[in-house]
Design a protein around this ligand. Structure first.
Ligand code: SF4
Length: 370
């Protein structure tokens, strides 16, 4: 059972982050923020995929103006992503941002301490949190000089310094991230940070890349921290044309750790010489069919009756391939045998009739706070 680190809780719009709140899944728009229609459409797609918080780049006044219009056309909590210029931050806050993400060091370098104070005062007045977002590429020169290069220690110290800076300004509605593009430093940085502060942590492997390597890096980095109770919200950063991939991947990580449920959890055997069915094809068909299922049902797909039923015993519903047939098992017990071409229909019928147990319905299962 995963024991979650005890953290403070902040509200991002109506989504609680930290404390005993479920680990929130977020993503970031890849559209030009000034293209309001495209950005709203992408936000809608992300929301439909289950995304709970969406971040939008707000680099200029024009983007901030567009942010205001996007805010009016959407309801999901929106985070304004600010890098150097504090003025778009002020505008975005005024126009209804639910959180801003800044690197105070960048803002101080560009416009001085007064600019940070203005942004903090605006966030305080609107009662919205600030994410202190430190990346390997944005660590202050004096810390790079001290540590030699962007080490986890340097990133952690940078983040803690920025947190203290906000606290000195009377602000403690804070979320923190320390992202690296490689897993070892990312994990170390968050571990160090989790020992220094009790603000909620936003997890991510920044610039993780594309396709399978990016999924693996993100799952390892984010997953290993979550498995040790660290992390309150996450974004899987993917170079992908379909940003909903980030949301699906985020939930798959949470589902695999049994921290949150969202839709079915599919297991399938890898197939071997005993298989009596084209398992890759059947697995893909089942995965496709499950995309439209909301229930937190555990489904297993097994290639043969030799080991399949035993291996699928922990599934709520299992399909075991035979010669030209599929056998369905409910909670490890044989239910019925159907012709191979009716397997998907039969599986969906069983899922429709399936009711989650009270424990399953109470996900996040297994996750406790300490
Ligand atoms: S369930 Fe059957 S086909 Fe699949 S890996 Fe096990 S033995 Fe092989």
């Amino acid at each position: 059972m995963i024991q979650r680190r005890s953290t403070r809780q902040v509200m991002v719009g109506n989504v609680a982050v930290g404390g005993d709140a479920p680990v929130a899944v977020q993503s970031m728009c890849s559209t030009d923020t000034r293209d309001i229609d495209a950005t709203v459409a992408q936000i809608q797609a992300l929301e439909d995929a289950g995304c709970e918080i969406v971040r939008i780049a707000v680099p200029t006044k024009e983007a901030a103006d567009a942010f205001g219009e996007i805010r009016l056309q959407t309801t999901i909590p929106l985070v304004a992503d600010i890098h150097f210029d504090y003025r778009p931050a002020l505008l975005a806050i005024e126009k209804g941002a639910d959180k801003i993400r800044i690197n105070p060091g960048n803002i101080i370098n560009a416009d001085g301490m007064r600019a940070v104070r203005l942004a903090v005062d605006a966030a305080k007045e609107r009662d919205i949190p600030i994410r202190v977002g430190v990346n390997a590429g944005s660590i202050e020169q004096k810390l790079l000089d001290k540590y030699g290069y962007p080490t986890p220690e340097a990133a952690c110290e940078s983040a803690v310094n920025h947190v203290h800076l906000l606290e000195d300004l009377g602000f403690d509605d804070i979320v923190v991230s320390v992202k690296f593009s490689d897993v070892p430093r990312m994990v170390d940085a968050y571990r160090l940070l989790s020992e220094r502060i009790d603000y909620p942590l936003h997890l991510g492997v920044t610039e993780a890349g594309a396709a399978m390597p990016a999924y693996i890096k993100s799952a390892l980095g984010i997953g290993s921290l979550l498995a040790n109770g660290i992390g309150d919200t996450l974004r899987v950063s993917l170079t992908t044309a379909d940003k909903t991939d980030e949301v699906v991947a985020g939930f798959e990580i949470l589902k695999a750790l049994e921290i949150r449920s969202k839709g079915p959890l599919l297991t399938a055997c890898p197939s071997c010489g005993r298989a009596q069915v084209d398992l890759p094809a059947l697995g893909l068909q089942v995965a496709e069919a499950l995309k439209h299922v909301d229930k937190p049902v555990k489904v297993a797909v097994m290639g043969c009756a030799v080991n399949g039923p035993g291996e699928a015993a922990e599934a709520d519903i299992a399909v075991v391939g035979g010669r030209g047939v599929g056998m369905l098992y409910i909670k490890g017990k044989p239910s019925r045998r159907v012709p191979e071409h009716e397997v998907i229909r039969a599986l969906l019928d069983e899922i429709a009739a399936w009711e989650p147990s009270p424990e399953a319905a109470q996900f996040p299962n297994g996750a406790t706070s300490r």
